[in-house]
Design a protein around this ligand. Structure first.
Ligand SMILES: Nc1ncnc2c1ncn2[C@@H]1O[C@H](COP(=O)(O)OP(=O)(O)OP(=O)(O)O)[C@@H](O)[C@H]1O
Length: 237
């Protein structure tokens, strides 16, 4: 469980997170909201890129904000960015190995863990090709393999299926939905793709101007008139 209490971030006169208080469960949670709502800022706080002015984050009873960045990675915090981070000239195996090294997986165990991660995402056939030569879907799966190698505890995904056609997006959603059971990690997905959120997130939280507008079972949140007014209503316009 990830317990966020009174989390506040200020950049000069802007308050991208304004006393954000919410609990994310151990499954896959969606984090939604209009542009500028504070979603990326929240991920940046969890990753240690942004220091909040106030508030706490307890992740599985550990004080996440008290850990320095590299300790968070070793603790099991992982993140997939909107922009791919894998090195195009290296193979999927080499890319995942690099991540495995960074997050402190013991050398003797690394290759086995990397193969296991590539198998989980279904990339075990394309492990030796440079990532830059892979299809968009395979590159996304390579990014996901980097996020789940070893023993992740909290995986942050920022628009994981951006730019993929619907069928591949659905396959990726199924893979993401299986992370808690098969990898033992909680997942928070930031996405504007409501189909993806509905298909893989049991619960959802909506941010608006840095405040939690609604949080709970995904179907209830998406049907909440305040959410429709603040977010969904503007999406289709
Ligand atoms: N480094 C920064 N300095 C000043 N303001 C910032 C900084 N980073 C973000 N902001 C502001 O904080 C607010 C929240 O931005 P954030 O990127 O967290 O929103 P978001 O919900 O992720 O939006 P999007 O869906 O467009 O990615 C915005 O008003 C943004 O302009």
């Amino acid at each position: 469980m990830i317990v966020v209490d009174d989390l506040t971030v200020r950049f000069g006169g802007v308050t991208p997170l304004d006393a954000m208080t919410v609990t994310f469960g151990g499954g896959v949670s969606g984090l939604l909201g209009p542009n500028g709502a504070g979603k990326t800022t929240f991920f940046n706080v969890l990753s240690g890129f942004v220091r909040p002015a106030a508030g706490t984050v307890r992740a599985f009873d550990d004080d996440l904000l008290a850990m320095v960045d590299f300790r968070r990675a070793r603790w099991g915090l992982r993140r997939c960015f909107q922009q791919e981070r894998a090195i195009a000239q290296l193979s999927a195996t080499e890319n995942v190995l690099l991540l495995a090294e960074q997050v402190g997986i013991p050398r003797g165990d690394r290759r086995r863990r990397v193969l296991d991660a590539l198998e989980f995402v279904g990339l075990d056939d394309a492990t030796d090709q440079p990532v830059g030569m892979l299809s968009a879907y395979d590159r996304r799966r390579a990014e996901l393999a980097r996020a789940i190698v070893g023993a992740p505890r909290l995986v942050l995904l920022d628009e994981p299926a951006a730019g993929l056609p619907d069928s591949e997006s659905r396959d990726l959603a199924r893979l993401i939905a299986s992370i808690p059971d098969r990898r033992g990690a909680a997942v928070i997905v930031v996405d504007h793709d409501i189909d993806l959120v509905q298909s893989c997130c049991a619960t959802a939280t909506v941010l608006d101007f840095g405040r939690v507008l609604a949080s709970g079972p995904t179907a209830d949140v998406l049907a909440d008139p305040r959410v429709i007014h603040a977010y969904l209503g503007t999406e289709g316009s």
